[in-house]
Design a protein around this ligand. Sequence first.
Ligand code: NDP
Length: 338
Amino acid sequence: SLVLVTGATGFIGAHIVDSLLSRGLKVRGTTRSVQKGEQMRSARPQYASQLEFVQIGDIATIGTFDNIMDGVDAVIHTASPVTYDVQDNEKEIITPSINGVKSILQACNLSGSKVRRLVLTSSFAAVVDVTKNNTFGPDFTYTASHWNPLTWEESVDPATSAVVAYRGGKKFGELEAWDFVAREKTFDLVTFCPPMVFGPVVHPLSDPSQLNDSNTNLWKIAQGADPLPSARVPGYVHVENLADAHVEALLRPEAGGKRYLAADSEPFTYEMAADIIKEEFPWAREIVTKDYDSGKEPVAKYHIDGARLTTELGVKYTPFREAVVDLVQQMYELSKAN
Ligand code: NDP
């Protein structure tokens, strides 16, 4: 079988590629960068005959995937902007998020399409109601039936922050997908809503400054960030667990039509990350800040129910410590090599 993976040279996408390849599946990855695609392939010589890349344009343009669907049996769509450093929230965050989903839905639905399942990387950003951060205590548990209450108007308001725009882009993107499959019934859908995703990188990276957004927080701590970054959510998932879950969801018929929160039952904090880094890396002991409390917002205390990843998809959660240690060690070596 041939699986199309969008965002295949991104942090999560590249782990999904590896999980698919290790199970003997063929992969067609999309990227805007021919060079990154070639780097991914040359780093995996043992999979030369199983892995190919196609160049696409900006996913903000509807139709980007229409001419790359030949022979594709299933799709995992991860491509979406994960950046808050933008001039125009709607143009750079919301439109590509939603149009990327619309484009992949349209491509899967082309006449002659063999696609029977689409797996979509949504986000806990589509789930969380941040207005309740101080109301929902340890007794409150988010499940896959929750959606953030943002309206379209609030999401595209130019006065809003890029973080709010991201929450709107992910919510309205995921809703497009559920509405489409309910209407067309030509293929089914599985979505994942992870909070923070951490862990080692397997995509091309020449310098820690190019690190994806979530992992950047961990590396900043190892670099002495003071104050520590503020956690927007108390949950995390190891990137390898999330990648395996996407692949299991593709392969298990009974996963069709389901939405999964993907989060370890243990909460994380950046204070924990700072402790782990100091415990594990002698070189970091003098660098990591000792002032853990300077002006930080308290982290919300609710729970996120990610148990179905284990009970339904057979994925066991990897401890936070491992994600931190593997990523920091890798970035330490990369920064020394440069
Ligand atoms: P990365 O930034 O590492 O990867 C994002 C990928 O999307 C890149 O490969 C990039 O392709 C592609 N992409 C982004 N914008 C565009 C665009 N305008 N046009 C075409 N391609 C684009 O992010 P992650 O791997 O962390 O995120 C992947 C998915 O997971 C996203 O959907 C994100 O919302 C979701 N997610 C991530 C979380 C996290 O903590 N990391 C948490 C929750 C959800 P190219 O290689 O061409 O640049």
